[in-house]
Write a protein that binds this ligand. Sequence first.
Ligand code: FAD
Length: 323
Amino acid sequence: MAKKVLVVAEVRDGELRNVSFEAIAAGKTIADGGEVVGVLLGDNVSSLAESLIHFGADRVVQVNDAQLKTYTTDAYQQALLQVFDIEDPEAIVLGHTAIGKDVAPRLAMKLNAGLISDAVSVEVEGGEAVFTRPIYSGKAFEKKKVKEGIIFATIRPNNIAALNQDANRTGDVATITAEIKDLRTTIRDVIRKATGGVDLSEANVVVAGGRGVKSQEGFGPLQELADLLGGAVGASRGACDAEYCDYGLQIGQTGKVVTPDLYFAIGISGAIQHLAGMSNSKVIVAINKDPEAPIFEMADYGIVGDLFEIVPILTEELKKSLV
Ligand code: FAD
């Protein structure tokens, strides 16, 4: 049954994150022939509206307000509730990102909507949107649908393919003025830690290091490998706990969830809590000196040996093949 679907885009540093386009693709499926409306929040985000239409949105509504420049729960919640009130959608989609995880449950509660979080795919069965999502730390998958009321979903980045960009697509862009007031938080400044430039949760290649990397300096060769492949560096909690790297790089049950095309697990044993964050990667390469390490059960390619010897060799060989 055709539905009106609102897709909340995500903007970081003035640019749309890829998950916005993936969410539009999910929205198209859920809409089942209905309308997909992109929602843009920010300060001076008008220039981004066209991209949402090129990637499949039928039209865009935007709220431009200085208080939306950087995400805060209160400001986003207030603005989005007013947009939802005006648009009256049958389904709402956000990325399962730090923002989506924070704001979606609050909004779903306010709208008395069923929330399906962290969906990795969606299809229409018998006229209803059916979502697939991982459970038990990724060991199994369940299928879920919302039986009545608004469908609210967050989608895991890097799982649902964005539609092909079509620069000839056109659509209406409308501006809504939202009343945003009584904010409990004010962002004065955002100081980002250097992470090599590529966003870990959206990277196509992740080079992750564990306690086996043994030091902060030990991550240098991993960063070099990641840079060569246009990827991002990640880490196990073991490495973060040992202060070899920042917790912002942690992958796993209590860290980030990644789904790259290529995942290197280097000096990582493969604890269940780590696997929860990377087991859906398309190709997994494990480097570990212990042939019994559990990570090898998950890996597509395993290299048994000392990472300090193997990583530089791998990087040198890749340099030759990439020139
Ligand atoms: P280790 O288990 O110590 O493994 C190090 C590996 O390096 C070993 O396999 C060793 O053989 C190998 N090695 C050592 N030297 C070399 C060398 N020179 N060359 C090659 N290999 C070498 N963990 C996460 O990662 N993410 C999470 O989100 C997370 N959440 C958790 C939540 C809870 C509630 C709990 C209880 C735990 C959580 N953990 C998480 C911790 C998890 O259980 C493991 O302790 C952690 O993943 C281990 O990190 P590691 O693999 O780097 O270290």
